[in-house]
Write a protein that binds this ligand. Structure first.
Ligand SMILES: [Zn+2]
Length: 74
């Protein structure tokens, strides 16, 4: 009997692993290719862009990105 439950447990772990893998892949596909860094300086005002934003491929600082979003909003 214990053999059956062990196999079930194994399958559950496998499914959980697969789900995590899919999740990671879908998150990765939404991001720019790894190694794609944005410019050091904002293309709009020349301020430094935080590394976190550059790693996501942004070429505007937070402030300018917000302004641009507002401008393009309506
Ligand atoms: Zn800026």
């Amino acid at each position: 009997m214990s053999g059956t439950s062990e196999r079930l447990l194994e399958r559950n772990e496998e499914t959980a692993y697969q789900m995590k893998e899919n999740e990671i892949n879908s998150i990765r596909s939404q991001l720019p290719k790894p190694g794609t860094l944005g410019p050091e300086d904002c293309q709009e005002c020349g301020n430094d862009i935080p590394m976190g934003r550059r790693q996501h491929g942004f070429d505007l600082c937070v402030g300018c990105a917000t302004v641009r979003e507002v401008k393009h909003g309506r």
